[in-house]
Design a binder for this molecule. Structure first.
Ligand SMILES: Nc1nc2c(ncn2[C@@H]2O[C@H](COP(=O)(O)OP(=O)(O)OP(=O)(O)O)[C@@H](O)[C@H]2O)c(=O)[nH]1
Ligand SMILES: [Mg+2]
Length: 258
């Protein structure tokens, strides 16, 4: 296995790229990551893509010892692919993992800025909704969905995070150790919100860094009404649960007062 030198102040970094039918993107995204951040390793987590994405990733991995491939049998959702990638990284002693889409929406050229921020944080979120960020070529319906979804998540969960659904992130091992990953059940956008919530509740340092986010140019989106519905349902449930817990906890907390 290729051993990257690591990133100063962060350590050994693994970029996990989940893929399902990204044959037109996988080679390009891996090359961009390797050029933008030569000290990091890459793991493509492919769910048996019928279009041959896994085979293309294998071919890249054969000529670049810093590129690895995790083959999973069938499409099992983004969340499950990331959890498998995180486990792979932890088994091999990586100090940080990065989440990045394969479709080019998350520019590898922004990665050095995210890793730089990770020197003083446990979680870094590449944000589309902080000053300095840009969102290119997104139809207004997607913009609206992201803005409203993030507003809802922020209010329902009381999290000071502007892009809780964003999937371009750095998790240092300090954060992964603090979060109970075995409890995570979410699949789509909800996975990103759930990890934000668990990190926030664990009290780890979360910072957001503005990114330039671009609409995918090749291949098909896996976004579906089901994924949106899952996020809405789970966020609402977490919000209700948190409020109930706060109400239940209040008399006990008051009782401790002199
Ligand atoms: N391994 C794996 N990867 C997945 C799965 N679903 C989506 N992905 C990958 O996760 C990343 C994000 O998926 P996208 O289809 O781009 O979803 P999105 O970014 O929410 O939607 P768009 O903005 O429309 O592209 C891409 O790299 C996909 O190939 C899955 O079930 N398994
Ligand atoms: Mg995408």
């Amino acid at each position: 296995m290729g051993v990257a030198a690591g990133h100063p102040g962060v350590g050994r970094v693994l970029v996990v790229i989940p893929t399902y039918n990204e044959a037109d993107n996988v080679r390009r995204i891996v090359a961009r990551v390797r050029a933008a951040a030569p000290a990091v390793d890459v793991l493509v987590a492919d769910d048996g893509s019928p279009d041959g994405t896994g085979g293309i990733a294998d071919a890249v991995s054969r000529v670049d010892p810093q590129v690895h491939v995790l083959h999973r049998r069938s499409k099992d959702g983004l969340g499950a692919a990331y959890l498998a990638g995180f486990a792979w990284a932890r088994e091999r002693g990586y100090d940080a993992v990065v989440e990045m889409d394969a479709d080019g929406s998350h520019a590898p050229e922004d990665l050095p800025a995210l890793l730089h921020a990770a020197r003083d944080a446990d979680v870094v979120i590449g944000s589309r909704w902080t000053p300095g960020a840009r969102v290119l070529n997104w139809p207004w319906r997607r913009l609206l969905l992201s803005r409203v979804g993030n507003l809802y998540a922020r209010v329902a969960l009381g999290m000071p995070v502007s892009d809780a659904t964003g999937g371009y992130r750095v998790y240092r091992s300090t954060a992964l150790d603090a979060i109970d990953l075995d409890s995570v059940r979410s699949q789509g956008y909800a996975f990103q919100v759930e990890l934000s919530r668990l990190a926030h509740r664990a009290g780890v340092r979360i910072v957001e860094v503005p990114i330039t986010f671009a609409e995918r140019e090749h291949g098909d989106s896996k976004m579906s009404p089901l994924i949106v519905a899952e996020a809405l349902w789970r966020v609402t449930r977490w919000g209700v649960r948190d409020r109930r817990a706060a109400v239940r906890g209040r008399p006990r907390a008051l009782a401790r007062w002199p």
